[in-house]
Design a protein around this ligand. Structure first.
Ligand SMILES: *Cc1c(COP(=O)(O)O)cnc(C)c1O
Length: 388
């Protein structure tokens, strides 16, 4: 793929403030530094493309209170997955009517809590879930999550969430019978869907259901398009405004006029605003004949880099020796677990001069790092987070 023509951006949005901060400070442990102003710029960039669609930030991508507080100030809504996330966004000043309880797997007590806190919008993909919502949040608005086939995303969300197309109308009807408001549909195209055109198949599938539901007399108001908005991890991506606008065009062509569109970016809003300061702990060869060096970092699969699972997300790494000759390395974390290998099938190229004690920067990793970090596996502390 040509990294320049056809794509608006080949460099990360604005990591410089974060990387300057990292260069000027010492860190005892791996530390995620997140630039809240960069989150705000990205919010505006996405909003500009999304038109009348409203952003509901997917809190799980990075729940740092400074991010939530800034987004509240910008008028963002929030997609919360748990009681804890609802409490967090409310404590930062979000209005309950800007919060959706978007997890399709909720405890009855948590639904009741959300209802009492004023949340009126809930996701569901099963009869039993609708019954729980009707019992604990009577009269609530619900949207039915649809399983998406054939995701082209780098981090697909599998079949865990959503129901098959042939169940959607039954569930909308069940919601109505239970005294709930069958408000709309939701889906998730898969996280890190690098190109807007990759939404086409998913939108075709969901639009067919949407029109069938309208035909069956359901006055659907809400289309929740989930996340999927990409971050720059080394492969060219479209400018966020152009990407969002292209998705909205694809939606308009298939759905026509939709009263309310909700987008739930997580990664696309916060990933590029953060970088992790980390350190090389050991560089070794398993034998003198080994072609690859092994490079062990003080951060790994269990301390924030969970999305290296299956080598799906390939982070960009900056070292103080960039510019020196490079060679292939297997990259691994520090824990005593053999799954804690980040990149081996596709080795990563790093300077041949890299040595223990070198400080490195892992770029564009403001999303899904602090939340995936284990608490004290092997005695390694969880990822520190500093908002600047
Ligand atoms: C995780 C999640 C998102 C965010 O997805 P990204 O690809 O990070 O933007 C949005 N909606 C729901 C329901 C999610 O579970």
């Amino acid at each position: 793929m040509n990294a320049v023509t056809g794509f608006g951006r080949i460099a990360p949005l604005a990591p410089s403030r974060v990387e300057s901060f990292i260069a000027e400070h010492e860190f005892a442990h791996p530390t995620l530094v997140i630039d809240v102003d960069a989150v705000e710029r990205q919010f505006h960039a996405l909003s500009a493309g999304l038109g009348h669609a409203h952003i509901h930030y997917a809190v799980k991508a990075n729940p740092h209170p400074a991010i939530i507080e800034r987004l509240v100030g910008l008028g963002s809504g929030f997609d919360a997955a748990s009681r804890g996330e609802i409490e967090l966004v409310l404590s930062q000043g979000a209005h309950a009517d800007h919060v959706s309880f978007g997890n399709t797997i909720k405890k009855a007590a948590d639904i009741r809590f959300a209802h009492q806190a004023g949340v009126t919008l809930f996701a569901a993909d099963a009869e039993e879930e609708l019954a729980k919502i009707a019992d604990n949040a009577p009269g609530a608005r619900v949207y039915i999550r649809v399983i998406v086939d054939n995701s082209e995303a780098d981090w697909p969300l599998s079949r865990k969430f959503g129901c098959a197309s042939d169940k959607v109308l039954d569930l909308l009807g069940r919601a109505r019978d239970l005294g709930l408001v069958p408000h709309g549909l939701s889906f998730h195209v898969g996280s890190q869907t690098r190109e807007a055109r990759m939404w086409t198949g998913t939108l075709d599938q969901v639009a067919a259901i949407w029109h069938r539901a309208q035909g069956a007399g359901f006055d659907l108001q809400l289309l929740n398009i989930g996340g999927g908005f990409p971050a720059f991890y080394g492969e060219a991506i479209e400018h966020p405004t152009a990407y969002a606008a292209a998705v909205i065009d694809l939606i308009s062509a298939r759905f026509g006029e939709v009263p309310q569109i909700m987008a739930e970016p997580g990664r696309g809003l916060v990933a590029e605003a953060g970088a992790i300061a980390a350190e090389v702990v050991l560089v070794s060869r398993k034998s003198d004949a080994d072609l690859h060096r092994w490079v062990y970092l003080d951060i790994g699969r269990f301390s924030g880099l969970a999305e290296t699972e299956g080598e799906a997300i390939r982070y960009q790494i900056a070292t103080p020796r960039d510019g020196d000759e490079t060679g292939a390395c297997v990259l691994a974390g520090p824990s005593c677990d053999s799954a804690d290998v980040l990149y081996e099938k596709r080795p990563i190229h790093l300077p041949v001069t890299l040595a223990a004690g070198d400080r490195i920067v892992i770029r564009n990793c403001g999303a899904y790092t602090s939340t995936y970090s284990s608490v004290c596996f092997n005695g390694f502390p969880p990822l520190d987070v500093i908002a600047i």
